[in-house]
Design a protein around this ligand. Structure first.
Ligand code: HXC
Length: 260
């Protein structure tokens, strides 16, 4: 598959999508987000892949949806297309059962911050800058900025960030709980790859179910979430991966999980 706005590679069970439209600071046009969708779906279908990284260039993960494309949009056509969900990337990301890591260097603004937050977790380079500057353009976030940001950083900071449109640096984003960890910019790809490879080496049923349970926790009450988690755990007893994982522990060897 050849792409115009992204590049794709895979390294030891990790599939990596690199957004590559540097002349527009990786602005997320619809064709670009369609390519992201195709790439996610291809990695999802590939049993040789256990985790996915979405990353950008050094200066920008993505500086938002493409403002030049949006400038002439009217409400009726935005509604008719269901903008920005007229691009398959958003749907593919929401549906993907494999863990997806955002490795963010430089700007992650507007739709770029939303794309990072739609991933399962964010690893940030120390030059990363996050923000929801839509208010400055006379619009509001539209791919989760007002919904996922509050769940990550709480109401006060989500309100302040969205209402002012200011940028938040990587260390503040880490303190606020938006990112899992911060790394020097020149180590971002190596560190993200190492984390992704650790995940990709686990039981793929286990990683898919953990992702599912943690995502459920964002949606349902604690009492229901605890039941959900317990039922998933119970269902995993007797699975190939549970048998192999525990047998390997008892036999003091590394588990060899089946890849299916
Ligand atoms: C289209 C963009 C862009 C964007 C940057 N560019 N961001 N093009 N859409 N979101 C283009 C610029 O027009 C310019 O191209 C080139 O990238 C370099 O940008 P500069 O502004 O010259 O770079 P710099 O001075 O370093 O400033 C960087 C920046 C600034 C602070 C990130 O570019 C900026 O404020 N960008 C917009 C950020 C933003 O508002 N994002 C939210 C968009 S709304 P040319 O050819 O002109 O030189 C949104 C809604 C989400 O995301 C809805 C759901 C998805």
């Amino acid at each position: 598959m050849s792409y115009q706005y992204i590049s794709v590679d895979s390294i030891e069970r990790v599939g990596r999508i690199t957004i590559n439209r540097p002349q527009a600071l990786n602005a997320l046009s619809v064709p670009l987000m369609d390519e992201v969708g195709e790439a996610i779906n291809a990695f999802e279908a590939d049993e040789g892949i256990g985790a996915i990284i979405i990353t950008g260039t050094e200066k920008a993960f993505a500086a938002g949806a493409d403002i030049k494309d949006m400038a002439g949009l009217d409400g009726e056509s935005a509604l008719a297309q269901d903008f920005p969900y007229n691009a398959s990337g958003w749907h593919a990301l929401n549906r993907c059962r494999k863990p997806v890591i955002a490795a963010v260097s430089g700007f992650a603004l507007g739709g770029g911050c939303e794309l990072a937050m739609a991933c399962d977790f964010i690893i940030a380079a120390d030059n990363a800058r996050f923000g929801q500057p839509e208010v400055k353009l006379g619009i509001i976030p539209g791919a989760g900025g007002t919904q996922r940001l509050i769940r990550a950083v709480g109401k006060a900071k989500a309100m302040e960030l969205c209402l002012t449109g200011r940028m938040m640096e990587a260390d503040e984003a880490e303190r606020a709980g938006l990112v899992a960890y911060v790394t020097p910019a020149d180590e971002l790809q190596t560190r993200a790859l190492a984390t992704a490879q650790t995940i990709a080496a686990q039981s793929s049923t286990g990683t898919a179910m953990i992702k599912d349970c943690i995502n459920q926790a964002m949606e349902i009450p604690l009492s229901s979430g605890l039941v959900y988690e317990r039922r998933v755990l119970q269902a995993l007893f007797g699975s190939d991966d549970q048998r192999e994982g525990m047998t390997a522990f008892v036999e003091k060897r590394k588990p060899a999980f089946k890849r299916k």
